[in-house]
Ligand binder design. Structure first.
Ligand code: HDD
Length: 734
C-alpha cells in the first residue's frame, strides 16, 4: 500500500513537471476563485517601490496565515488519529438497543484519536502520561463517542477538581516549565494532598504510561455507563479496548532518549503501520453488572477511581475495531474533531459518576472556544452520518442553508416538522432511574477507600513491574524540590504498601514518616472529603488481579516489531538475507543500520542497502537487534563508538539480541557481561540445543548455525518483547 502511494506521488510529481497547459482545476486562485498569475511578487509602485495596499492577494494570503492557529485543546493537545470501522461479533440486542451493536454484518465507521494529556501540541509522544483513547462511532442513529483513556481509573472522583488537577500538572505558571511532564512540585503537591489519586498514581507510575505504541495499549471507558435494552432493562457496563498486538511498553530511559531522536515516535508508528497495511485492531470488551448487584462490591460503581477487577466480572469481547485509513489532513480531521462523552445513542446511558456528570458540561463548552462557535458539529469530521433535523439556526460559520420560514416548534406552517420521534422510531429516552436524596455536596462512604485498589494493583504486578514503579516514583519525586511534598507522598505510599514506600524513600534519602502533622490538606476543614480516607481493607475480596499485570498479557507473534541489523563493508550478506526473510515472514520489519547511508559490500559479493545510519537512528527506535557475521564488518563496527552504544543500549533496555558467527565477537566487544553458561529461564524461549549457545535470556547466538534455526529462536525471544531478568544484574537504567 505504501509502495503504491509512493508510486502515485512520483507519478504526480512527473505529471507536474510536464504540466505546461493550465487545466482549470490546477490553477492558483484567491479564495473567491479569481485566477492568479503571480504568487512570487507583491504588487509594488515600481520595481523598487513600496507595496500597495490594493494588493488583495497579498492581504488575503497573509490574513489567512495570521489566523491559521486555533487554541490547542486545554488537555490532550497532542494527538494522532485514524479512520476505521467497528463490527460487532454477535447481536448485543439482549443487553442494548444500540443498533450498531446488533448486526455482525454492519461496519460502523469510526474516527479514533489517541493523545497525551499534559503536553502542548508540539510536545514529545514519549512523556510519562496517561494516553487518551477517544473513539467516534458514526452510527446510523447518530454519533456515539467513547472518550476514554489507556488507564481504567482517574485521578479525582469529582469533576469539580479537574481544573485544579490540570493546573497542577501543566507547566508551572511562573516560568512555563516543565513541558509535558508531571515530575515537578505543583503536580506532586496537589497529589500528596489528594489521597483519592493513589490508585491512579500507581498506574501512571507503571509502564502503562510509556506505551511502546498506541497500537499496543488498552483503552477504557473509565466510568460505569448503562446498557438499556428494548424492554427498558438496564445493566451497568464498563467498556474496554483490548489490543490484538498485546500490551507492550518501553522503559523510561528509552522514553527520554526517543524524545530526542524521534518525538513523533507514536504518531509515526501509527501512521506507518496503517500505510504498510498493518491495520491496528482492538476488541471491544464489556463488563456487565445487573442492577440488583449495584451494591454487591466493596467499592462504589460510581467511583471513577475504582475498577471492577476482571476476575470478579469477566470482560466479554463483543466486537472488533480496525483502523485502516490515515487522515488526509491533520488540521481538518485530527485537530478539528470534537469528542464528547455526552454524544450517546439509544441503548447507552450515563451513570451518576460525579466525574462523568461534570464532563457532560465541559466538552461542548470547550469546543465553543476552541472551534469558534456552536456549529462545530457541521465540520466534516464531526458530522453524523445520520440525518440532522432541528430548529437550531445561524451562528458563527454556519454551513447549512436552512430552507423555509419555520424555525420553531410547535408549528403548523412547516407541517409540524421536525417531528418528535414516536415510541417505535428509536428516539432517545433517558433511563428512568429512581432518584431520591437531599441536595448535598457529598460522596457515598465507599468513595473514601482510596488505598485498597491501589494495593491490589501493586500486589498484582510482577517483580520487574514493581521495580519500574519504584524507579518512576524515585524519578518523579526526585525532581520535586520541596522536601515536605516528598514526605507527604511517601506517607501516602506507605498506606498502599510499606515495602513500596520504603524503597521509594530510600531512593530519596528519607525515611517513611509514620504520620503527617495535622490533616492531609490543611487548606480545608479537617473533615472535608480530601482529608477523609479509610485504611486499606485488611481482608480484600481479591488479593491479586492477574489481569492487571502486563506480564500476564498475550505474548504471541512479533507482527510489526522493528529489528535493527548492524552492518558495515564485509558483512555476511547471506545471513542478513536469511534473517530478514524469516523476520518478514513472521510479520516483523528488518532495517539495516550502518556507519553511513548508501550500500555496503557483502562478503558474498552482494550489495546491502542501508536504511539508517548511526546518525539518524538509535537502538531505542527498535524492538530487537541482530548482529550478523563478517570479519571486516565486525572489525569496523567494533571500532565505532556509536555501534557499541547501539548494542549496549539494546542490551540495557532488555531487548532480544541475536548474533551469528563473528557477530558474536561484536557482542563480546560490547562487554555486556553476557553469561554464556547460564541457562535461559525466560518462559517460552526455547534455545535450540543443537547449534545455539544458550546465553543470557533473550540473547540468541550461534556459530556456524543454520540461520533459519537462529531466526526461529530469536522470534520466540522477540515475542516476549523484553527480557527483564537482565535488570536484576543492576545494569538497567530504567
Ligand atoms: Fe477529558 C479532552 C478523556 C475527564 C474535560 N478528555 C479529553 C480527551 C480525552 C479525554 C481522550 C481528548 C479527546 C480528543 O482526542 O479530542 N477526560 C477523559 C477521561 C476522563 C476525563 C477518560 C475521566 C475519566 N475531562 C475530564 C473531566 C473534564 C474533562 C473531569 C472536565 C470537567 N477533556 C476535557 C476537555 C477536553 C478533554 C477540557 C479538552 C479538549 C476537548 O475536551 O475536546 O473538555
Amino acid at each position: 500500500m505504501r509502495k503504491e502511494k509512493k508510486e502515485k506521488d512520483s507519478a504526480k510529481i512527473k505529471a507536474l513537471a510536464q504540466f505546461q497547459e493550465h487545466s482549470a482545476d490546477q490553477v492558483l486562485t484567491t479564495n473567491q476563485g479569481l485566477r492568479l498569475n503571480d504568487d512570487q511578487n507583491s504588487l509594488k509602485a515600481g520595481e523598487r517601490g513600496p507595496s500597495l495596499l490594493e494588493d488583495f492577494h497579498l492581504r488575503e494570503k497573509i490574513t489567512h496565515f495570521d489566523h491559521e492557529r486555533i487554541p490547542e485543546r486545554v488537555v490532550h493537545a497532542r494527538g494522532s488519529a485514524a479512520h476505521g470501522f467497528f463490527q460487532v461479533y454477535e447481536s448485543m440486542a439482549p443487553y442494548t438497543k444500540a443498533s450498531f451493536l446488533h448486526d455482525p454484518t454492519v461496519r460502523t465507521p469510526v474516527f479514533v484519536r489517541f493523545s497525551t494529556v499534559v503536553g502542548s501540541r508540539g510536545s514529545s509522544d514519549l512523556a510519562r502520561d496517561v494516553r487518551g483513547f477517544a473513539v467516534k462511532f458514526y452510527t446510523q442513529e447518530g454519533n456515539f463517542d467513547l472518550v476514554g483513556n489507556n488507564i481504567p481509573v482517574f485521578f479525582i472522583q469529582d469533576a469539580v477538581k479537574f481544573p485544579d488537577l490540570v493546573h497542577a500538572v501543566k507547566p508551572e505558571p511562573h516560568h512555563e516549565m516543565p513541558q509535558a511532564a508531571s515530575a515537578h512540585d505543583t503536580f506532586w503537591d496537589f497529589i500528596s494532598l489528594m489521597p483519592e489519586s493513589m490508585h491512579m498514581i500507581m498506574w501512571v507510575m507503571s509502564d502503562r504510561a510509556i506505551p511502546r505504541s498506541y497500537r499496543m495499549m488498552e483503552g477504557f471507558g473509565v466510568h460505569t455507563f448503562r446498557f438499556v435494552n428494548e424492554k427498558g432493562k438496564s445493566r451497568f457496563v464498563k467498556f474496554h479496548w483490548k489490543p490484538l498486538l498485546g500490551i507492550h511498553s518501553i522503559v523510561w530511559d528509552e522514553a527520554q532518549k526517543i524524545s530526542g531522536l524521534d518525538p513523533d515516535f507514536h504518531r509515526r508508528d501509527l501512521w506507518e503501520a496503517i500505510e504498510n497495511g498493518d491495520f491496528p485492531e482492538w476488541e471491544l470488551g464489556v463488563q456487565l453488572v445487573d442492577e440488583k448487584d449495584e451494591h454487591a462490591f466493596d467499592f462504589d460503581l460510581l467511583d471513577p477511581t475504582k475498577i471492577i477487577p476482571e476476575e470478579l466480572v469477566p470482560v466479554k469481547r463483543i466486537g472488533k475495531l480496525t483502523l485502516n485509513r490515515n487522515p488526509e489532513n491533520f488540521f481538518a480531521e485530527t485537530e478539528q474533531v470534537a469528542f464528547h462523552p455526552g454524544h450517546l445513542v439509544s441503548g447507552i446511558d450515563f451513570s451518576n459518576d460525579p466525574l462523568l456528570q461534570g464532563r457532560l458540561f465541559s466538552y461542548t463548552d470547550t469546543q465553543l472556544i476552541r472551534l469558534g462557535g456552536p456549529n462545530f458539529h457541521e465540520i466534516p469530521i464531526n458530522r453524523p452520518v445520520a440525518p440532522v433535523h432541528n430548529n437550531q439556526r445561524d451562528g458563527h460559520m454556519r454551513q447549512t442553508i436552512n430552507q423555509g420560514r419555520v424555525s420553531y416548534q410547535p408549528n403548523s406552517l412547516g407541517g409540524g416538522c421536525p417531528l418528535q420521534a414516536k415510541a417505535d422510531m428509536g428516539g432517545f429516552v433517558s433511563y428512568a432511574e429512581r432518584m431520591e436524596g437531599s441536595k448535598v455536596r457529598a460522596r457515598s462512604e465507599k468513595f473514601f477507600d482510596h488505598f485498597s485498589q491501589a494495593a491490589l494493583f501493586w500486589n498484582s504486578q510482577s517483580h520487574p513491574e514493581k521495580a519500574h514503579i519504584v524507579q518512576a516514583l524515585r524519578f518523579e519525586l526526585g525532581k520535586v524540590e520541596v522536601p515536605a511534598i516528598r514526605e507527604r507522598m511517601v506517607f501516602l505510599l506507605a498506606q498502599v504498601d510499606k515495602t513500596l514506600a520504603g524503597m521509594v524513600a530510600q531512593g530519596l534519602g528519607i525515611s517513611v514518616p509514620s504520620k503527617v502533622a495535622g490533616p492531609i490538606n490543611q487548606s480545608v476543614p479537617a473533615d472535608s472529603p480530601t482529608n477523609r480516607f479509610q485504611p486499606k481493607q485488611r481482608t480484600p475480596t481479591l488479593e491479586r488481579s492477574p489481569a492487571l499485570s502486563m506480564a500476564n498479557t498475550m505474548k504471541e507473534g512479533i507482527a510489526t516489531r522493528k529489528v535493527a541489523i548492524l552492518a558495515a563493508d564485509g558483512v555476511d550478506d547471506t545471513a542478513i538475507m536469511g534473517m530478514k526473510k524469516s523476520l518478514v515472514a513472521a510479520g516483523a520489519q528488518a532495517k539495516v543500520v550502518a556507519p553511513r547511508l548508501g550500500t555496503v559490500k557483502g562478503i558474498k559479493g552482494g550489495q546491502v542497502a542501508i536504511d539508517f545510519s548511526f546518525l539518524t537512528a538509535g537502538s531505542v527506535l527498535f524492538d530487537a537487534l541482530y548482529l550478523p557475521g563478517g570479519e571486516q564488518s565486525v572489525d569496523i563496527l567494533a571500532g565505532d563508538a556509536k555501534a557499541m552504544l547501539f548494542i549496549k543500549e539494546a542490551y540495557l533496555h532488555c531487548k532480544p539480541i541475536a548474533a551469528t558467527d563473528e557477530g558474536m565477537d561484536l557482542l563480546a566487544a560490547a562487554q555486556l557481561g553476557v553469561d554464556k553458561t547460564a541457562k535461559s529461564h525466560a518462559e517460552g524461549v526455547v534455545q535450540d540445543p543443537a547449534s545455539l549457545l544458550a546465553g543470557d535470556e533473550g540473547i540468541v547466538t550461534g556459530r556456524g548455525a543454520q540461520i533459519g534455526q537462529v531466526a526461529r529462536t530469536f522470534i520466540k525471544a522477540m515475542a516476549q518483547h523484553r527480557h527483564w531478568a537482565r535488570e536484576s544484574k543492576g545494569q538497567m537504567p530504567a
